[in-house]
Ligand binder design. Structure first.
Ligand code: ADP
Ligand code: MG
Length: 665
């Protein structure tokens, strides 16, 4: 069972077949030529042989060598997917969409036909789809409807090294489905695990000593430059490094790794302003999950000879997406990750240091096409003190949602075949949360209640599912549908950096003294009343695309409501009902004002602040309910509503009796 190394030869140029649509032939031929230059192309037949021979195969290959875009096409071209289609999972939405579009282009088909994608709230597939790029979360949801996943003859779990929570769960689910299909003489399921780097032994052992194939990539040397002293402000050093490269270094594009949308947008703005002073053109592009898909194209476009481009990206460009033309990488050494605090039972988004493995991946991006340079904005000593690898999400995130879905599949998370078993503490905390929400009947037997079964139907965090289901009782299904949809979409406000004052002024008319949730509701009502939505959104600094997407989500959630005996109802102006309803799922997310005018979380007593983006910023309500915790330099709560003691005690009496509110005054 020794790993085989597949050697790449320089392939000859093969021209595209001639039966294509005329207008497309030129571009298609070009892409075809590019495809054939990928190292993976030379080993196609060997690869297919191994795929035919093995029911589980682990494929490891340098980022950019062509795993995600080519292997599914090879399988399809060889007509190996006989009794079902090919699923390719991605931990990130933006990667699933972008890669499926690329493959559709390579195959010269419309996206949604032979090649499609499915991400939460968006399904661009059809009965003719054979290659389905999807988020791992979506495949997990499909498993809830059919644990044998009969629709698929191939399941490719990609980016396995990332160890996202859903991919980890899918490892177990897919392994079981394959076994069950074999035992019941159903058409077989082939499983392929793909990754850039991984702890091979750990994976192979888990998958019954599966065969491991190594694909040879092309990697050119990368010169690593470390910071001489620790940098106090990585954004500042990032800016000066970008311009140092732009002004002094030979041609080649720059890829900068930052942490999140807000940070990236603000650096984009600064670089754009500063680059106006430069003689040489510097084009600036952001790259993050929530960005408009049509802008994504720009990122991949090659720079003309006299221009340089700089891409400011989250870790999506680390291994999921490969951008051509990069010669310089700037590594901030930071990443935004979801972190679970067992003490509070909450997940929070936290900017933290990368692992050495991540940093090496980032470095590698500079040497894809020729020798390159990586600027690490931290010292050698700092690098050495970084953790070697990243902890799998399943060991550091809230498991309530996963546990609920597993229970719906009839699987108890305590006995599930995890590659790495979550800690007892994390499991306990998830059970506790589901118990408090009324989704399971007791902590010991852990069986789903009728409410729990309903909650599992919604592709939402269990707390939001609970709120949606409770809205029937509070007669505010319409209002809650709008709020939940908006919370599930990206921000509806445009915070234009150029006209910040004017935008703020515009937004004020939507503000509600009750908080951000009702503010969102006001925005949605206004949006629905616009006669010319696009124009009115622009005038009001509202994001038309995100609002349109939110109404799409709303439609889908509304359908699930109807299937679950939750008829539409509205509370009209009586928005107290809405806030009460929010308490029914978010009672664990309440913060209380202290005598020193600061807030603590009722649950864990942790100190928090109101996020500056909230309409309640600069007010001091006694109790606030929140949807989200964000940790940057401090712990902030975001998406807030004012609640009061009576409400809390009325809706979650047991919980608040335990946590003793209002006894400090
Ligand atoms: P892997 O999965 O092994 O990391 P991919 O299959 O994602 O590799 O990428 C193969 C190649 O296709 C890369 O070298 C990349 O440059 C190219 N590629 C992928 N997406 C695009 C795109 N949208 N535009 C141009 N080139 C792309
Ligand atoms: Mg890939």
């Amino acid at each position: 069972n020794s790993p085989k190394k597949l050697k790449a030869n320089t392939p000859g140029v093969i021209s595209a077949d001639g039966n294509q649509d005329r207008a497309n032939v030129g571009r298609f031929a070009l892409i075809s030529h590019e495809r054939r230059k990928l190292p993976i192309f030379a080993v196609q037949s060997r690869l297919l042989e191994e795929i035919k021979k093995n029911s589980i195969l682990i494929i490891i290959g340098e980022t950019g060598c062509g795993k995600t875009t080519q292997i599914p096409q090879f399988i399809h071209e060889a007509k190996l997917e006989k009794n079902g289609i090919i699923a390719i999972t991605q931990p990130r939405r933006v990667a699933a969409v972008s890669l499926s579009k690329r493959v559709a282009k390579e195959m010269n088909v419309q996206i949604g036909e032979t090649v499609g994608y499915t991400i939460r709230f968006e399904d661009v597939t059809s009965p003719s789809t054979k290659l389905k790029y999807m988020t791992d979360g979506m495949l997990f949801r499909e498993a809830m409807l059919d644990e044998l996943l009969m629709k698929y003859s191939f399941i490719i779990l990609d980016e396995a090294h990332e160890r996202s929570i859903n991919t980890d769960v899918l490892f177990g689910i897919v392994k079981k489905a394959q076994k069950l299909r074999f035992e019941t003489s159903k058409p077989p399921l082939k499983v392929i695990i793909m990754s850039a780097t991984m702890d091979v032994d750990h994976f192979s052992e888990y998958f019954n000593n599966a065969k491991v194939l190594y694909l040879e990539g092309r990697q050119y040397p990368v010169n690593i430059l470390n910071a001489k002293q620790p940098q106090s402000d990585y954004l500042q050093s990032c800016l000066s490094t970008i311009f140092q490269i732009h002004l002094e270094e030979p041609p080649g594009d720059i890829l900068v790794f930052l942490t999140g949308q807000d940070e990236i947008e603000s650096v984009v703005h600064t670089v754009k302003l500063a680059s106006k002073e430069c003689k040489k053109v510097l084009r600036v592009f952001p790259l993050y999950s929530a960005m408009p898909m049509h802008l994504m194209e720009n990122v991949f476009r090659l720079s003309p000879p006299n221009e340089r481009k700089v891409i400011l990206s989250t870790n999506v460009a680390e291994t999921s997406l490969t951008i051509p033309g990069i010669k310089y990488v700037v590594d901030s050494g930071h990443v935004k990750a979801r972190v679970f605090q067992p003490s509070t039972g909450l997940d929070l988004l936290k900017v933290q240091k990368v692992s050495q493995e991540q940093s090496w991946q980032r470095t590698g991006r500079a040497g894809r096409e020729s020798a390159g340079t990586c600027y690490r904005l931290f010292t050698k000593e700092q690098f050495n003190s970084l953790p070697k690898s990243t902890t799998p999400e399943i060991l550091r995130c809230n498991l309530a949602s996963v546990m609920l879905q597993l229970l719906h599949l009839g699987i108890d998370a305590y006995s599930f075949d995890f590659m790495d078993k979550p800690s007892q503490e994390t499991l306990e905390s998830a059970v506790m949360q589901l118990k408090l929400l009324g989704a399971i009947d007791s902590k010991e037997t852990r069986s789903l209640t009728p409410l729990g079964k309903k909650m599992a139907q919604f592709p939402l965090d269990p707390r939001l599912s609970k709120i949606l289901i409770s809205s029937k009782t509070y007669n505010c299904v319409e209002e809650i549908l709008s709020i939940v949809s908006l919370l599930s979409a990206e921000s509806v406000f445009i915070n234009s950096l150029n006209n910040r004052e004017e935008a703020n002024e515009c937004h004020k008319k939507f503000f509600s003294s009750e908080g951000d949730h009702i503010t969102l509701l006001n925005v949605y009502h206004a949006f629905k009343s616009f006669k010319t939505p696009k124009k009115s959104c622009a005038e009001n600094y509202l994001n038309h695309r995100n609002l349109t997407f939110a109404s799409e989500i709303r439609k889908q959630l509304s359908q699930i409501c109807q299937q679950n005996d939750i008829p539409l109802s509205s509370c009209g102006q009586n928005t107290d009902m809405v806030r009460k309803c929010l308490v029914s799922g978010y009672f664990m997310n309440v913060a209380e004002l202290q005598r020193d005018k600061k807030y603590i979380l009722v649950d864990s007593k942790q100190r928090v602040r109101i996020h500056p983006s909230s309409v309640l910023h600069k007010t001091l309500p006694h109790y606030i309910l929140f949807s989200e915790v964000v940790h940057t330099s401090q712990c902030y709560i975001r998406q807030l509503s004012i609640v009061d003691l009576d409400m809390l005690n009325e809706i979650a009496p047991d919980y608040f009796r335990q946590h003793r509110l209002g006894v400090k005054e």
